[in-house]
Design a binder for this molecule. Sequence first.
Ligand code: CP
Length: 356
Amino acid sequence: MIDTRFKGRDFITILDYTKEEVETILDFADVLKEKFKRGASHKYLEDRTLFMIFYNQSLRTRNSFEAGMTQLGGHAHFLDPGKIYTPALEGDEVAYSTERVSDVARVLDRMGHGISIRIYGDPVDWIYGKANRIVREFARCADIPIINMECDIFHPCQGMADIMTVREHFGGFKGVKFVMSWAYSPSVHKPLSVPHSAIIAAATVGCDVVLAHPEGLELDDEILAATRKRADESGGSFEIVNDMEAAFEGAHVVYPKAWTSKDLIPPIVEKPMLEETQALFDANKHWICDDAKLAPADRDVKYMHCLPCDRGYEVTNEVIDGPHSVVFDEAENRLHAQKAIMALTMDRVGGVGDGG
Ligand code: CP
């Protein structure tokens, strides 16, 4: 059966998709993964083009999107903002150095079939929400799908790969205690997008989600409210604690990762308060995922991380290289989840089910 519900839609946050739609994407990702493993053709996007704009570094995101488009029969162009005219919002333009986002979006819209964007942190001076505004401006101006490859609020493709990995290991989501925890890093340059998307994704599909962090490292109130609503709707649950050890008790999944303090970056404060953030981080160096912290967790607990991780700070080598770690399954699933998202939103015939 042809499924046209996704055709032409943007993928900026999982909050734009229902539980059922999220599960449809996961089911299709499983199909694509199986075809990939078997070497079966699945060219749903033959002759199609994805433009990928990376304002930030990337290993997993760039290569999973680029390889994914090749495997789907299309092509992904890598665009370095410094080598085009850097797409900028009205008011941020610099003559012959930038180009208004609305113009870039409308040009690429005429030439291809999807635009994906990664932007957070330094390119927007750590002004929380500004990167998301840029992604949404692309979406407002282009008719072709816009895929968020990580902004300062969301990393939805990571969230999809995360729950795909959970489902593979637990066979479903009901009763799965999913712990998203802050962990120490010597770098404060860490966006909030991964924890936001992880808790949204896990709550959407019905996990028992626990968010753990030291005081002062709260996530965005709107995201917390949306996560609570999703958990209520899915039959899961959502709880916030300030103790890593307590959070890990009985956990099936732990996802310890650093994120910065939203209260120490603009627009809450005038400019990023790096020294104050560093002091807050340094007061919480004991938030590291090691074997002792995992001991009270479920005996088959899975350790997850989006990668890259800060070994020796966020997690010990013993844990990330040990039997509980599923980080490479998680990285691999970026490929399959994103191929499903691209095929469903960018398909040229009218929906997945009639090709491949
Ligand atoms: N997890 C993730 O987004 O990795 P990259 O920064 O390497 O793309």
